[in-house]
Design a protein around this ligand. Structure first.
Ligand code: GDP
Ligand code: IMO
Ligand code: MG
Length: 433
């Protein structure tokens, strides 16, 4: 199977674990063959990295397709857009020679805007929750999605373009938010006039990028263009189906693709699940296979497991096949890419969680429920490790037999073909199987 054939009928790349699986790398790999790349969920809480000729580049809000000059990049309606972060990202990447213009970047007029009060509320709520906090990225994501549902206190990209109504809207919302900040969190009031000035300016700068992106995607599909949907976060962080409440605030499994980009289900045929050869998560929440020991430390350092967005050390665990079977089934996964297999070199043996015991009873499926997950004990299967460095392998047959056996076992447990294996961060370190 080639990257090109995976785009026949369009494709979605998404995370099968708790984020940072290497989605950015595979989106970039596939984008070479795509016409349009579309983000459909989340915001600047995402961090997608790409390594091109040894140089690392990252995006938070921008689709990874910006590193492929021939593509059109869409920020869909399901994304929450922080204009400050957007323009920072545009200028950082433009300075590196990646042109980002209204020709190759299209932003939905329906996307919701992350405002200064959202970031303040995110930080204030986390501080107030103390040990019960979620461990958010403090990018204002949850409060922006909450206001989207509240409606009267929301601001969409289209609103930024209407200076007259924007002023009245910002003043009304800030008056309300200031009451909440003062009484709940003892915080200083926000200055509505200054915020209006700044966001009216963002409105002028963003105008040329704003489009009806749902219409654009449907027309592109009808015209036979090849569309790649770029998932952010991951299925186990999905607000409905993940390990709630330790999740993000969007439907970041594939189930959110349609509402988040404005296309019908028939648009996408191929669902490419991305998973690490082990597990990581950032922030709080249950993590049955977590290894807070020398093995965890070894994997963290070899895999450089520090957050792309917040630089927090990522928590490390053995591969949880039970959790991934759940997310893979949920997402309609048609093929899988295994990432960071090179990181496991040097370990004598590798463990895979194949089920759990809960109060003495065997449980062979994953229940995305906090209380259950906090109590389960993983059941492990042990496989032999390998010593060889994998990072120079350029075909699947170059891999040591133990590494191939590990991949085959993951595939059997999940029940979906593994068609790609990644052995290094660079574009070229991607083996088709
Ligand atoms: P994303 O959020 O899913 O796009 O993943 P991130 O970019 O946040 O984190 C994945 C990290 O792993 C990045 O630093 C990548 O450059 C790196 N990476 C991706 N694939 C591989 C691989 O196969 N091996 C190694 N060693 N690093 C990889
Ligand atoms: P990518 O796209 C890893 C986690 C945060 C936190 C929880 C809620 O790079 O894979 P939020 O700020 O979203 O309200 O935080 O979700 N989280 C991620 N973890 N990778 C991500 O994105 C994440 N996006 C959110 O660490 O635990
Ligand atoms: Mg990331």
């Amino acid at each position: 199977m080639s990257a090109s054939s995976l785009l026949d009928g369009n494709a979605c790349v998404f995370g099968l674990q708790w984020g940072d699986e290497g989605k950015g790398k595979i989106v970039d790999f596939m984008a070479e063959q795509a016409d349009v790349i579309a983000r459909y969920c989340g915001g600047a809480n995402a961090g997608h990295s790409v390594v091109i000729n040894g140089v690392k580049h990252s995006t938070h809000l921008l689709p990874v397709g910006i590193f492929r000059p021939h593509t059109i990049n869409v920020i869909g309606n399901g994304v929450v857009l922080d204009p400050e972060k957007l323009f920072d990202e545009i200028s950082v990447n433009s300075a590196k020679g990646f042109a980002i213009t209204p020709t190759n970047l299209k932003i939905s007029y329906k996307a919701h805007v992350v405002m200064p009060w959202h970031k303040q509320e995110d930080a204030a709520r986390e501080a107030a929750a103390g040990a019960d906090g979620i461990g958010t990225t403090k990018r204002g994501i949850g409060p922006t999605y909450a206001d989207k549902m509240h409606r009267t206190s929301a601001i969409r990209v289209a609103d930024l373009l209407r200076e007259d109504t924007l002023k009245e809207r910002i003043h009304r919302i800030v008056a309300d938010k200031n009451k909440v900040f003062a009484s709940l969190y003892g915080e200083k009031p926000l200055d509505a006039a200054a915020i209006y000035k700044q966001y009216a300016d963002y409105g002028k700068r963003i105008a040329a990028f704003v489009d009806d992106t749902g219409h654009l995607l449907i027309q592109s599909w009808k015209a036979g263009k090849r569309i790649l949907f770029e998932g952010a976060h991951a299925a186990l962080l999905d607000v409905d189906h993940g390990t709630y409440p330790y999740v993000t605030s969007s439907n970041c499994s594939t189930l959110g693709l349609f509402t988040g980009s404005g296309v019908p289900p028939q648009t996408v045929k191929n669902y490419i699940g991305i998973m690490k050869a082990y597990s990581t998560r950032v922030g709080g929440g249950p993590f049955p296979t977590e290894q807070e020991n020398d093995t965890g430390h070894y994997i963290r350092e070899r895999g450089n497991e520090y957050g792309t967005t917040t630089r927090r050390p990522r928590r490390i665990g053995w591969f949880d096949a039970c959790a991934v079977k759940y997310s893979s089934d949920l997402c309609g996964t048609t093929t899988i890419a295994v990432m960071l297999l090179d990181v496991l070199s040097g370990l004598d043996e590798l463990k895979i969680c194949t089920g759990y015991t809960l109060r003495g009873q065997k449980m062979d499926y994953f229940r995305a429920d906090m209380d259950t997950l906090a109590e389960v004990e993983p059941i492990y299967e042990t496989l032999p490790g390998w010593k060889a460095n994998l990072s120079d392998c350029r075909t699947y047959s170059d891999l040591p037999e133990e590494a191939k056996a590990y991949v085959t076992r993951l595939e059997q447990l999940i029940g979906v073909p593994i068609s790609m294996v990644s052995v290094g961060p660079d574009r070229t370190a991607t083996l088709m199987r």
